[in-house]
Design a protein around this ligand. Structure first.
Ligand code: FMN
Length: 197
């Protein structure tokens, strides 16, 4: 199994970095080979431009898009790790979705709607929030963050998705954070099970 790990955090030390570190270790322990696309470190250009649109229409995307699309094609598993910002992914990751999951590569429109082209692939999404699970549920914001990435993006383009948010990560103690990180490891170990029919 091969994983493409897409990581979006601006710092060099954070809870999201700890998630990334556990994901790496768990992949190694489970014999899952991986590449890490650290979007800030790569200085990824997140703005979908008019030139991008033209090139995609001519099936000739720019080399940075092509490189990411090849990694997605080669991987059975996509792992996304990011903090929730304004109930959305950070802009750099939103731009990755805009520019990489293009029409003709990730989906195409047919008479009854969009059809996902990235079939037989799994995605594991780990996010973190400052707000607690209870605070988010009271406003329906837990559904907002989940639906955007799960149903609105990854399932639409074909992935079988598992989503896990870690709430109140800035408020809880080290012991609680350690339990969250162990759940990350368990989810990676469990991903080797076949996709349910
Ligand atoms: C620009 C920005 C916007 C944020 N928006 C939200 C938000 O909408 N909801 C929330 O619960 N936390 C929000 N936060 C808090 C982060 O989600 C939180 O600090 C992060 O998940 C903690 O993980 P880290 O230590 O890896 O950064 C925001 C933080 C920043 C910097």
């Amino acid at each position: 199994m091969k994983a493409c790990i897409v990581f979006a955090h601006e710092g060099d030390h954070s809870f999201n970095h700890e998630i990334l570190s556990r994901v790496r270790k768990a992949c190694e322990a489970s014999n899952i080979s991986y590449v890490v696309r650290d979007l800030y470190e790569m200085n990824f250009q997140p703005v979908f431009t008019a030139l991008d649109m033209k090139r995609i229409e001519h099936r000739n995307p720019s080399s940075d898009i092509e490189e990411e699309q090849s990694l997605i094609t080669e991987s059975d598993l996509l792992i996304m790790i990011y903090p929730v910002w304004w109930w959305s992914p950070p802009a750099i990751l939103k731009g990755y979705l805009d520019r990489i999951f293009t029409d003709g590569f990730a989906f195409r429109y047919e008479s009854d709607g969009p059809v996902g082209l990235l079939q037989n692939k799994r995605a594991l999404v780990f996010t973190s929030t400052r707000e607690s699970a209870k605070e988010m549920a009271e406003q329906g914001l837990d559904l907002v963050v989940r639906k955007q990435i799960v149903e609105g993006t990854l399932e639409m383009i074909g992935y079988e998705v598992e989503y896990q948010n870690f709430a109140a990560v800035t408020e809880v103690d080290d012991e609680a954070r350690e339990l969250m990180l162990r759940l990350v490891e368990r989810k990676i170990h469990a991903i080797r099970e076949p996709i349910p029919l």
